[in-house]
Design a protein around this ligand. Sequence first.
Ligand code: SF4
Length: 332
Amino acid sequence: MMQPPPLLDVRNLRTEFSSHRGAVRVLDDVSFSVRAGRIVGLVGESGSGKSMTALSLMGLVPSPPGKVTAESIQLSGNEMTRLSPDEMRSKRGRELSMVFQEPMTALNPVKTMVQQVGEPLAIHSNLGRREIREKVLRMFEMVGIPEPAARLDVYPHQLSGGLRQRAMIAMGLICEPKLLIADEPTTALDVTTQAQILRLMVGLRDRVGTAIVMITHDLGIIAEMCDEVNVMYAGQIVEQANVFDLFDRPSHPYTRGLLASIPKATEKRADGRLNSIKGIVPNLAKLPGGCRFNPRCGDAMAICRQQPPPLADVGGGHLARCWLHTKEGATA
Ligand code: SF4
């Protein structure tokens, strides 16, 4: 049976920043797709390019000094790379929207909740103030804000972190976008609230059908929520697979390192420390030659220091950017 075309299809996304020392490419050859109603994860350490991918797709990278290019970015079959800033602004909120990591900094402290959660509707619809208020109230109910009517006219500082994050999700969904990009939406929250927010997002996907790009450093969240996963390292996707395949057969040494770093209640190291990947994410202005992961990789071969590896198919569309899965790597 033919698959319907993806809702979002990103091909060869590149983002650069110019500096007095030349251009620094912070995203390179980022390609992935999201089908309608699916939850797709972007996972990696800080500085791997996850949030930059989100900002680039949302058209929120300041230019200059930033420059975003791509072979193609299609949303519902429409090419986004040809849109003017005004056209992009009209898509934001209406067709794709974003929930940010820290609601206290993303929300305006001097506007009431109804003013800011209803703002996308004020911009993108012809609804009057009363109808917007009604709709915000319904969204607050939907995202599980208790006593929603009493929360409409309060300011962000009068809400707890969990309620602010629910309000942010309400704002992200108020125009019923086809795609929601959630950037570490639960990082600042306690574990119970985190679990509630994640359940809420999966529930909204099931009820409203909104596709979600979930950005996180937490493989537990990926396992719980996502259908497909993209592992990012130093501005590139290094592994791409459906979630079961990724956890069953992690094929990139970096993914294997991330999985080995998850603390397990049943396994303790003799020295009492947690497993971690040795070394740190490289400075993007001074990338190592060959594979970007080679200084940290226990499997590195001579070719890894000489040439960047291709994205190799390790079976069934599961991709890994690693020489180990190529003819050249097998004979090295
Ligand atoms: Fe390690 Fe080489 Fe694979 Fe890079 S290409 S992850 S250095 S084995």
